[in-house]
Design a protein around this ligand. Structure first.
Ligand SMILES: *[C@@H]1O[C@H](CO)[C@@H](O)[C@H](O)[C@H]1NC(C)=O
Ligand SMILES: *[C@@H]1O[C@H](CO)[C@@H](O)[C@H](O)[C@H]1NC(C)=O
Length: 117
């Protein structure tokens, strides 16, 4: 939903910008449109997108699980998810949705809990 909100805001700003430009009869300058668009300010911080899973996942997961009550369990699950989803959320908890359904949809037996920390 956060992404939808950001998209709506950006789209609204672009519409307003386009209207202002046409009112002023300014030439269509795509560069100015890009310049006016705000920097992405997602509510949730961007996740760590993994390029080389073997190399990156252990370190990223150590950080992700550093405040977890069961760090070994967390690290195992995180590393598996990291290898497959190529993504680890920012911070030590939450923000799972930033890694998409691969991360959020992966549940343990009986669909009870998220596998990915
Ligand atoms: C990933 O990183 C490891 C460790 O640095 C390296 O040995 C391996 O070649 C890398 N793989 C790719 C596909 O870059
Ligand atoms: C778990 O969820 C999936 C998708 O919603 C469903 O197809 C499956 O039957 C569920 N499994 C259990 C054990 O509830």
């Amino acid at each position: 939903m956060a992404l939808g909100g950001v998209f709506f805001v950006v789209a609204s700003l672009l519409l307003v910008t386009a209207r202002v430009l046409s009112l002023n009869e300014a030439p269509m300058e795509e560069v100015s449109l890009i310049g006016v668009a705000p920097a992405p300010a997602p509510l949730a911080p961007a996740p760590h997108m993994v390029i080389n899973a073997t190399k990156e996942c252990p370190g990223v997961c150590l950080a992700r699980c550093s405040k977890h009550s069961r760090q070994n369990v967390c690290n195992r699950a995180c590393t598996t998810c990291c290898m497959v989803c190529k993504c680890v959320p920012a911070g030590t908890a939450g923000n799972r949705e930033t890694c998409g359904t691969c991360y959020t949809g992966w549940t343990t037996h009986q669909n009870r809990t998220n596998k990915c920390p």
